[in-house]
Structures are given as C-alpha cells and as structure tokens.
Design a protein around this ligand. Sequence first.
Ligand SMILES: Nc1ncnc2c1ncn2[C@@H]1O[C@H](COP(=O)(O)OP(=O)(O)OP(=O)(O)O)[C@@H](O)[C@H]1O
Ligand SMILES: [Mg+2]
Length: 356
Amino acid sequence: MSKYPFINRKTELKNLISGLKHGRDYVLIAPRRFGKTSLAKKVLKEISQDNNYLIIHIDLMFYSGGDVKSIAEGIINSCLNMLGISGKIRQLWRQVDFSVNLKLNYGDLGLEPIIQLFKDSSGEDDWRLLEEALELPEKIAIKKNKKVIVFYDEFGEIDHFVERVIKVFRSVVQHHEEVSYLFAGSQETLMNKIFLDKSGAFYRFGELITLKELTKPDVFMYIAETHPKMKPEIISEILELLNGHPYYTSRILSYFISNPEMFIDVKSFYNYIRAVLIPQEEAYLELQILKIKERVNALDVMRVLSLRLSPYTELQLKEQQVYSTLRMLEIGGYIRKESRGIYTITDPLLNFFLRD
Ligand SMILES: Nc1ncnc2c1ncn2[C@@H]1O[C@H](COP(=O)(O)OP(=O)(O)OP(=O)(O)O)[C@@H](O)[C@H]1O
Ligand SMILES: [Mg+2]
C-alpha cells in the first residue's frame, strides 16, 4: 500500500478545490473517521501547488479545553507558521530579536499590536485578541495580494466554548472577501446545531458537504490493485462487513501486509475481526456505546437496527418514543436514514459488535 492511500472522493475533491479557489466557503460533515481530515488535507495540498493561494490549517481539537485566549493563540500560531515564522507566539515574543525581525520582515502586516495585546491581555481584552486573530487571514491576504484558504478542523469543538466565541467567529469571518473557509467536524460534535439549525450561528454560511462511505466498486478496485495477494472472496467480505468505511478498511489492509495468514479464508478473516480488530478498537466502541446509553432506550434501538429489524415492531415502546430516539441517533451521526422507516448504523464495526 502506498504511504498515503487515498481512495476515490473524486467529486468532492473536484468541487472543493475549484469552489475554494473561487472564494466559496464549505462545511464538511460526516460521522467520525469517515475521512474528513484526509479529504481536506488532500484538497489543501492540491491548492497549495498554486502560488496565488496561501493555506492556513487550524485544528480546534487542540484548544477544546482552553479559554478564549488560547483559541486566539492557536489561530495566531497557525498564521505565523504559514508565514514561515516557526515557533509559538508564547515563546517568540520573549526573544529580543523577534520584534525587530517582525518589523523588518513583516512590518506591513501590522503584527505588533497583536503581539502587544497578547502580552498584556486578560479578561475582556482576550475578546479583542480573538477578533484580531480571526482578522489575520484577511489582513495577510490583502498585504500579500494572494487568496487565503483557512481550514478549521474539528469545528464542532467550538460548541464547548461559551456561545460568544461562535458569534465572534461568525461576525468576523463573514466579512472576509479574500479568504475562503473550509470547516470540518463530526456530527457527534454538534456540527449540525451550528450549521444546520436556523438558529445556529453559522446557518447558511457555506455549502454543506456530507461525506458518505467510499463506494464499494472503488474500494474493491483499489484493494485488488494494491493487494494482489488478497483473495477476491475476502475483499468481498471486507466490503460486505465494513461497507467501504475508510478507517477500518485501511486498518485491515495494513494488518494484512504483515499477517496474510489471517486472511486465507472467510473463517479466519472473522477470527481476525473478533480477535484482533475489535480488541484494537474496543475503547472507541465502548465510548460510542456510553454516549448512546445517555439516552434511555437508545442502545436497545441500536441493537434492533443492527439485526436489520424494525424498532417500531420489536420493542415495547410507544411510537413517539421510538421516533424521537431515532431522530436523536440520526442527529448524533450514529444512524443514517436510507429510506422511509429504514435506518442503518453508520459505524459498521459497531454494527457488527452489537449484533455479534
Ligand atoms: N479516501 C480515503 N482513502 C483511503 N483511506 C482513507 C480515506 N479517507 C480516510 N482514510 C483512512 O481513514 C482514516 C481516518 O480518516 P480521517 O482521519 O480523515 O477521518 P475523520 O473523518 O477526519 O475522522 P475524525 O472524525 O476522527 O477526525 C485515515 O487515517 C485513513 O487511514
Ligand atoms: Mg478528522
């Protein structure tokens, strides 16, 4: 397998690359581990080949426990790094030659006030610092006479901050003419609430892209080409069980390389799933189950769905209860509506785990 395997997503790649280059904003939503970050990185790498664009990548996961100042700090760091200033503002401003260097090389960007604000800020100043940090990409674009693409990963994490943070974000970034934004996050982290709710702060901010599993023919071709020793019947079994899920598929393929004997027939393949893959993923599966259990009956509904039965007929619950539980599971990204009354579990390994 090549070092950076990347299967399909051709339509999404094409649309995102051309749309971002044309100044449009996008929101990428999918359940956990569906390949949001991988897709975004591929898009950014492609755009960065073009000298007219600058790329800033900010992962909000790192700041999810933090306060307003640390989010601002993260944004400033990413901007400085993009400009080729390595290091972190927290250490940088103490260096004697840093402010000289800034004036000499980046004087036209007007970074000194931000640095000053960073040094002194506390309390209400932190909000000004955040605004200044959010303005940086637009300032950089104008001064450098280039378009800037900003990628905020794990944007759902922003919901853990006080509401005012989201409002400040929107109020600043919506005025930016020279910057395109790409937001990514999983349904579990409330992306829907921020971007889909009419009352959400980012309602109608950008075009919504919901990632699905990779398509089975694409994954089949990919495995057959890169792993010619894998038997077609096993490839079919992988697709049947894991439904083209990017993360699990790549886990299996890397295990296959060093342990081909686990894949000689269907029986040993399932042995591998139970004895290796599930234990490897146990913590993650348990965490999902814990979250699902936060709502009464939700785990029972999931179990019934994993058996491809209907929770309306199988459970001793009122129709309204089943309906609202299904809604909650769908909003959380745990299940997906296939057609009227038909739901499937989005995490195929969880599906197997519940059924097994
Ligand atoms: N298009 C793809 N082709 C092949 N493998 C992929 C593809 N997309 C994702 N993967 C594999 O799946 C793994 C998970 O992908 P990624 O981290 O991009 O998902 P994510 O949606 O950002 O997950 P999270 O919600 O946890 O941040 C990657 O490490 C990679 O191995
Ligand atoms: Mg990710």
